[in-house]
Design a protein around this ligand. Structure first.
Ligand code: 6GU
Length: 227
C-alpha cells in the first residue's frame, strides 16, 4: 500500500509514523507513506495556499490551484483508489471503513485547514470524505494520522500474533475482554481464577462472555444478532 498525505503542516504529521507499529510497517516495506507540502505547489511570490471566501465571512478557504497541481502530479505517476478528504462533515470513521480501506492499493489523504477547501475540490477531485468523530480539530492532520494508523495496522504482516487485529475491540462488534498480567496477586488484588487454569476452551468462553458483558454495559449500541 501507498499513502500520500497532502498538508500545509507536514511537520505536525511526521512523528506518529516514526515510531512503533507504523514505523515497523514501513521498514518492512508493507506501506509507503509520503508527505506533500501544499505550499510547494502554490504559485506566486507569497506561496499562498488560502484566500478569503467569496461572499464574505470570517476564515480563509484553501485554494483549488495548489491542490489541483499536487493531486495531478501524483495521478500522473500512479493510479489512486481513493482521494480522501479529512473533514468534520465527512462520514464518521469506524472499523468497517478502516477494514475496507485496508484492501486498497494507493490512497491520497487531503488534510483540510482553516474553513476547509474550495468546494470545487470536493466536487471534482475527492472520492470520499471522512471525519474521525463529532468534535472539531484545528486541522485534518491529526485525523489523517488516526485514519492511516487504523488502516496500516490491518495490512497483512504488520501485526504479529500477540497483537493480532482479530481480537481488537470493534472487530466483531464487541469490545475486547479485560486482560491481566503477572503477578497473579498484587496487594490482595487477584486475577480471575479461570485465567490461571490452563483450560483454554473454558478461558475462551469466559472471554467471550466478558466481552459481551462489557459491551452490554458500556456500548449497548454495538450489539447485534451476531453476538
Ligand atoms: Cl477529519 N478534521 C477536523 N478539522 N476536525 C475533525 C475531523 C477532521 N474529524 C473530527 N473532527
Amino acid at each position: 500500500m501507498r499513502i500520500d498525505i497532502i498538508t500545509v503542516l507536514p511537520e505536525l504529521l511526521r512523528s506518529p509514523f516514526e515510531a512503533s507499529i507504523l514505523k515497523r510497517a514501513q521498514d518492512k516495506g508493507l506501506v509507503e507513506v509520503h508527505f506533500h507540502n501544499l505550499r510547494d505547489y502554490s504559485t506566486g511570490k507569497y506561496k499562498k495556499v488560502d484566500d478569503y471566501q467569496f461572499g464574505g465571512g470570517a476564515g480563509m478557504v484553501m485554494m483549488i490551484e495548489p491542490i489541483d497541481k499536487c493531486i495531478s502530479k501524483l495521478q500522473s505517476e500512479r493510479n489512486y483508489d481513493e482521494i480522501i478528504y479529512l473533514t468534520p462533515d465527512g462520514q464518521t470513521l469506524n472499523q468497517n471503513i478502516a477494514n475496507e480501506l485496508s484492501l486498497k492499493g494507493n490512497l491520497i489523504m487531503l488534510c483540510g485547514h482553516y474553513k476547509g477547501v474550495d468546494q470545487r475540490v470536493r466536487n471534482h477531485f475527492v472520492t470520499r470524505e471522512i471525519s474521525i468523530g463529532d468534535y472539531v480539530l484545528s486541522g485534518g492532520e491529526l485525523a489523517a494520522a488516526v485514519l492511516a494508523d487504523s488502516i496500516i495496522r490491518l495490512l497483512p504482516g504488520v501485526l504479529n500474533d500477540e497483537t493480532s487485529a482479530l481480537s481488537d475491540s470493534f472487530q466483531d462488534d464487541l469490545l475486547a475482554p479485560e486482560v491481566y498480567t503477572r503477578p497473579a496477586e498484587y496487594k490482595g488484588m487477584k486475577v480471575p481464577e479461570i485465567l490461571l487454569s490452563g483450560d483454554f476452551p473454558k478461558i475462551e468462553a469466559w472471554r467471550h462472555q466478558n466481552a459481551l458483558d462489557r459491551t452490554t454495559k458500556r456500548r449497548p449500541d454495538l450489539l447485534n444478532d451476531k453476538n
